[in-house]
Ligand binder design. Structure first.
Ligand code: ADP
Ligand code: MG
Length: 599
């Protein structure tokens, strides 16, 4: 269609509209406002930073960040709100050496475009300098007056998104927004140990960190001593980078990577490549679907890190990434092989200093082990029939010794068992280990079943084939799994409608006393998966290990316990079961002395 008039269709937008649009990129939600303000405080060289958040029942109503950093002169204070006004770079080449969090000069202008901002600031290096108070609402300066103020800066943001209803509507519930603020700040706090931070929500203090040269103090403040006890230090360096930090022993793992904190040159970032490298460094020490807890700080030549790829700078682009990820992976591997990985007995310690997030670090581990029938207080004696059955089970699972990897278990001497669940053992160095017999045997079976030593899986033909009937739904799933099952040593064929015949099973399952074991395995396989997906063979291996292992509640003789302990030493990762739960805890003499107030 032809235009009727000559007036142009394309318009240049006015500055206020431009600012509002730009604000959409930098300030997506309340957490991004907090992030920008805190990063400005860090850039201003603050040593202590206070973050105060107020909320109504439904919304975050205000955010204030107060710092003791450099502060601003009256002229700079006004300029700070001009788009693309920054004191941090002068031109594009400066980006190659940038060390500050900000550099775009967009944040304050963007925030002021979509809220009401009150800035109070005074230069810190000059006792005679005047303080300034500026109020801006929707981008318009409403007040600009001299005031008395302490050195440093405070920025109060209210009525966020009052003039951008669409964005306001996008805000999730108050609790979700608070959780975002909290998670984002955790990353910043961890990346800046020398700064003392305080976060309060509606007047109650949630996280307080001290000025400390060590990130371990900050980790303790945020996650508690229980987590810190399960960490080992990491250091590494190469021509391009320096790595420091802490990572968890395999006994502390999670189903996601939400507790992997990475900072690059002091900036908290998310980097899938480095997260992968960390995971890879654990090798077989962690199940495929488990992630460690890690706090890593990387110092990389600034020219190799491009922070200007994402409006919020959360993602960075790293040049020579393969060399960098390899260095990270090596550092993790070294840390794990040069430290003792047996988990210490966890003292309750102070709780995590937070009430916002519901997902604390520990619940998965502190969840009580499920076991069947133990009666505490009853002195259990192994029965004769039980003993022979257990003997048979254990005989099937002799692991041929492989070269013992560094960092493995010292020789263990079994001194007894407890409740048909726990094996008590001592080490040469006089420590007491409590071993979960089911978890330990599960680990042994898992590694045995998973060994890919080129040979055929050890398979036993059943004297009488077993017939299984399943529901149509289960049959469909089972039919799909048959090839994977065959590779794991189950020879199963379809045998008419919804019926299968089992001709052979893996040797590690021992002698098939009754068919319920098979029924259970098939039920496990056909039931819905929980958590992250792992491939079918991995699932089958885990189920076989779990179902084949000595049950909790089976009382073992001392000799049998010793066998489990000896076999466990030959596994690649004796510290966790295939699901990532610990197989043992340690009580050192010091721990026990402490408990008995002997020290
Ligand atoms: P950027 O951080 O990208 O430079 P901002 O819009 O966040 O852009 O801030 C603009 C400028 O305002 C900064 O470059 C800095 O000079 C000044 N500024 C902002 N916040 C503070 C603060 N808390 N203390 C001192 N100066 C600040
Ligand atoms: Mg900034």
């Amino acid at each position: 269609m032809k235009h009727e008039s000559a007036s142009p269709v394309i318009r240049v937008l006015d500055q206020a509209t431009v600012n509002k649009i730009a604000a959409g990129e930098v300030v997506e939600r309340p957490a991004s406002v907090v992030k920008e303000l805190v990063e400005n405080a860090i850039d201003a060289g603050a040593r202590s930073i206070r973050i105060e958040v107020l909320s109504s029942r439904t919304d975050i109503t205000s955010v204030r960040v107060t710092d003791d950093g450099a502060g601003m002169s009256p002229a700079d204070a006004l300029l700070a709100f001009t788009p693309h006004a920054t004191s941090k770079i002068a031109g594009i080449t400066d980006l190659d050496t940038i060390r500050t969090m900000g550099f775009r000069g967009e944040a304050l202008a963007s925030i002021a475009a979509v809220s009401r901002v009150t800035l109070i600031t005074r230069p810190n290096n000059d006792d005679l300098a005047a303080g300034t108070r500026i109020v801006i609402a929707g981008g318009d300066v409403i007040e600009d007056v001299p005031v008395g103020a302490p050195g440093g800066t405070s920025v109060l943001v209210e009525d966020l998104f009052y003039n951008t209803p669409a964005r306001k509507k996008f805000q999730k519930t108050r609790n979700t927004e608070l959780a975002h603020i909290h998670d984002m700040l955790e990353g910043i706090f961890l990346a800046n140990p020398p700064i003392a931070f305080r976060l309060s929500v509606n007047g109650s203090e949630l996280v307080v960190t001290d000025k400390s040269p060590s990130s371990l103090d900050t980790i303790t403040r945020i996650f508690g001593t229980a987590v810190v006890r399960d960490l080992v230090p990491v250091t590494g360096s190469g021509p391009l980078l320096k790595i420091t930090g802490h990572i968890s022993r395999p006994s502390l793992s999670r189903k996601d990577h939400a507790r992997i904190f990475i900072s690059i040159n002091g900036r908290y970032v998310s980097s899938p490549a480095i997260t992968n490298a960390i995971k890879e460094g654990y090798g077989t020490l962690l199940p495929k679907d488990r992630f460690p807890v890690a706090f890593l700080s990387l110092e990389i030549e600034t020219g190799l890190v491009d922070v200007n790829v994402h409006p919020t700078k959360k993602l960075v682009r790293i040049s020579r990434e393969p060399e960098i990820t390899k260095a990270v992976c090596d550092a993790i591997r070294n840390a794990l092989s040069s430290h003792d990985l047996i988990p210490d007995i966890r003292s309750p310690g102070p709780a995590r200093a937070t009430v916002i997030t519901t997902d604390a670090v520990l619940p998965e581990h502190s969840r009580p082990y499920e076991y069947s029938s133990i009666q505490p207080g009853v002195v259990s004696e192994p029965t004769h029939a039980g003993t022979t059955a257990t003997d048979r089970q254990l005989r099937q699972t002799e692991l041929a010794p492989e070269p013992v990897p560094a960092g493995s278990l010292p020789p263990l001497r079994v001194i007894g068992e407890f409740g048909g669940i726990y094996i008590l053992a001592t080490t040469e160095t006089g420590e007491l280990l409590v071993i979960d017999q089911h978890a330990a045997h599960e680990r042994i079976l898992y590694e045995l079943a998973g060994r890919k030593d080129g040979k055929e899986k050890r398979v036993q033909e059943l004297i009488a084939p077993v017939i299984l009937h399943r529901t149509p739904r289960e049959s469909a799933i089972l039919a799909d799994l048959l090839p994977a099952l065959a590779e794991e040593g189950f020879h199963i064929e379809e045998f008419g409608r919804d019926t299968f015949v089992v001709r052979a099973i893996p040797v590690v399952l021992g002698k098939l006393e009754d068919t319920s074991l098979l029924e259970d395995i098939i039920s496990d396989l056909t039931s819905a998966e929980r958590g992250q997906r792992v491939d079918n063979r991995e699932r089958i291996t885990r189920i076989v290990a779990c179902r084949g292992a000595i049950k909790a509640g089976t009382v073992c003789t001392q000799e049998q316990c010793q066998r489990v302990a000896d076999q466990l030493r030959l596994t690649k990762n004796p510290f966790t079961c295939p699901h990532g739960r610990p197989t043992m805890v340690r009580f050192s003499k010091v721990d026990l002395d402490g408990m008995f107030k002997r020290s």
